[in-house]
Design a protein around this ligand. Structure first.
Ligand SMILES: [Zn+2]
Length: 216
């Protein structure tokens, strides 16, 4: 059996910690099952990376992705927005609310940037790179390219939405992209996890475990 690849993060590597926010943790408005289980591995992993950025879901009130914005719709149903099908969520990560704050237990004081997303009222944004209309950019591809990174490592919440879409866009932007599975947790609604796995594999995103990252 082939030896399992291990990776020692260096100057050309960056960790993107996706949406570890109160509303996605147990007790939050859109709690991801076992969402709090990502914090310990992410804190440990982050120490191996000199370069870390965070994403933060950051919606205005009445956002188009909220079921409450669509009469007669319930959370986790799908509707059609101008850019295509959209899963509807409970109200979550409303700008300036405690639920939108980055989890206090996340211990990454050296994080270099917080990328906010989902702030356009009519467009959702799972990815930290591009909004769900697949046109509107949130900017990090240019930022990461300008800073000379080659490899992007993604972890956080939720694996089958914001982590997956961020990883897919990183791969599309030309970065060698890894998703750290055990430092992520999924929502898994209507087959979303299996779909995400297929999309990630097709895009060449490598699924790894946190113990493959060498924490010096
Ligand atoms: Zn959201």
């Amino acid at each position: 059996m082939a030896e399992r690849m291990t990776i020692k993060p260096g100057e050309n590597d960056i960790l993107i910690v996706v949406d570890v926010q109160n509303d996605f943790l147990p007790g939050g408005a859109l709690a991801v099952p076992e969402g709090d289980a990502v914090i310990e591995p992410i804190n440990r992993l982050a120490r191996a990376f000199r370069h870390v950025v965070l994403t933060q879901d950051w919606h205005p009130e009445g956002h188009a992705s909220f079921a409450s914005s669509h009469p007669a719709k319930q959370p986790f149903e799908t509707t059609d927005l101008h850019y295509g099908p959209q899963v509807l969520w409970p109200d979550h990560c409303v700008q300036g609310t405690p639920g939108a704050e980055i989890a206090r237990e996340l211990d990454i004081p050296h994080a270099q940037l917080v990328i906010r997303k989902g702030y356009n009222a009519g467009i959702d944004s799972y990815s930290g790179f591009k909004e769900a209309d697949r046109q509107t950019s949130t900017g990090p591809a240019g930022y990461l390219q300008e800073r000379g990174f080659r490899r992007v490592f993604c972890a956080g919440l939720a694996l089958d939405f914001c982590v997956a879409w961020t990883a897919l866009d990183a791969a599309e932007a030309g970065f060698e992209t890894y998703l750290i599975e055990d430092a992520s947790r999924a929502i898994d609604t209507n087959g979303s996890l299996e779909k995400a796995r297929q999309d990630l594999e097709a895009a060449g995103v490598r699924m790894i475990k946190s113990d493959q990252i060498v924490v010096a």
